[in-house]
Design a protein around this ligand. Structure first.
Ligand SMILES: [Zn+2]
Length: 169
């Protein structure tokens, strides 16, 4: 009997896993459609921009991006940001990450990109942090503050450098 119990249990687990996977695949397919829709919208806007530029050429006028193409560029910004969000969601669904260099998808534990070979930064698993002992939170907070200060300093020196180079010009 025990054998059969195990079998049924395993079968129901497999079914559950399969159903979950189908749901994820359906969601992923929808996201991919949305990405393609946004891409074609962006291409339409590119065409509008092209037309505007050519019209300015035929009427011998200068084109000002800020003035003449602000609407179009703003729309592309929004559509591009949406595409990025959809890509992120797809990655989360498939438990994958994107290469920091070329965008190739790979498993979360991959240390190097299978396409371009770029070393990938380690992913800090947030859910694991929450499980950690509460006492450690104090030291964690102080260390993250230190880190922030360091990064601020870096920003300041960079700003200083750009100012210097501006002065030289
Ligand atoms: Zn890569």
């Amino acid at each position: 009997m025990e054998f059969f119990d195990k079998l049924t249990k395993k079968a129901s687990e497999t079914y559950k896993g399969a159903a979950e996977k189908t749901g994820k695949l359906a969601r992923e397919a929808k996201l991919k459609i949305k990405i393609n829709e946004n891409k074609s919208k962006i291409n339409d806007i590119y065409e509008e921009i092209g037309k505007k530029v050519y019209q300015k050429h035929t009427s011998n006028e200068d084109i000002c991006i800020k003035k003449d193409l602000e609407d179009e560029c703003g729309k592309i910004d929004v559509l591009s940001a949406e595409i990025e969000e959809y890509h992120k969601e797809i990655l989360e669904l498939s438990n994958e990450k994107a290469c920091v260099n070329c965008g190739e998808h790979m498993g979360l534990d991959a240390k190097f990109c299978p396409k371009c070979g770029k070393e990938q930064p380690e992913i800090k698993e947030e859910p694991a942090k929450e499980v950690e002992v509460i006492n450690e939170n104090v030291s964690e907070e102080s260390s993250s503050e230190e880190y922030n200060e360091e990064s601020k300093e870096e920003c300041n020196t960079e700003e200083g450098n750009t100012e210097e180079s501006n002065n030289q010009e």
